[in-house]
Design a protein around this ligand. Sequence first.
Ligand code: PEP
Ligand code: MN
Length: 338
Amino acid sequence: MIIVLKPNTAKAEIETISTLIKEKNLEPLVFEGIERTVIHVLGNIRDDTLIDAWQSRNSVEKVLRILKPYKLASNEHKSKKTVISVGDVTIGNGGFTVIAGPCAVENKAQVAEAARLLRGMGLRIMRASAFKPRTSPYAFQGLGQEGLEILKEVRDEFGIFVETEVMNVRDVELVAEYADIVRIGARNMANFDLLKEAGNISKPVILKRGMAATIKEFIMAAEYILYNGNQNVILCERGIRTFETAYRNTLDIAAVDILKRETHLPVIVDPSHSAGNRDLVPALSKAAIAVGADGLLVEMHPDPEKALSDGPQSLYPRQLEQLLVELRQIGAVVGKTL
Ligand code: PEP
Ligand code: MN
């Protein structure tokens, strides 16, 4: 249930309503917007006279029942789209934000070269993971905190924002200190302790869809972060496991449209981990902008043949440059600027 208050409702009245809600063993969650305040009422409301009582208060504009299991992510909670700000860059503001960079932080020179190339292409946010979730324990595991230090140095030297993964509850605060955007990867989408912890930070969180998660499970995972206090969540469709073996994962392009309609959160697409092969990345990226995504999370390596992870799916710098030209052309048609 949502109680929508009239504009400029006094704080004392908000407190009174909250107290009334608590007296009924329900939980009030107050969201103070710029224009108006809404109070979510969590819990099982069996008594319709309660709704009538709230509705009849002078300060209440309307009372809405939210039937969706995702109360806070739902567009019923907030009809205005969430816009994420990273410095002066916005995600979800009707444009198309390309976040690009290598799969992993390998060394300072590699990350610096990636940043230089991206800045040259006019891109403002670089991805690169210091902590790597690898299928094999024998594969490169990432540089950990040393990688975060490299990211910070390169961030400051090149004036580029950085996006990086957090894998573990105990590292959330640390990663949030270094990164402009914190990422929760597909393998951790249902790590509920990690989601709760991500709710306690103020940095934006990119939440990737689990490779076997339904759209509803994906939104419920975002709900954990929102419920725990962080409203800056970006959803990322990165492909799901299907029977198809011609590529790495099946990019669920329909999910992008559904997520955009069901929620108020920005939705971006990762064409790289969907494709598993760089030749497919441009087509998937163009599908993403055409279907209405708010941006991309795409892998580009200065020298993909030498990459320590995901080289085959990493774009060559000139390929990314060409892709940006084509995305701008499609953007002009679908009303998205990059
Ligand atoms: C990544 O983006 O670095 C990554 C590991 O992707 P995913 O979690 O989608 O597999
Ligand atoms: Mn990767």
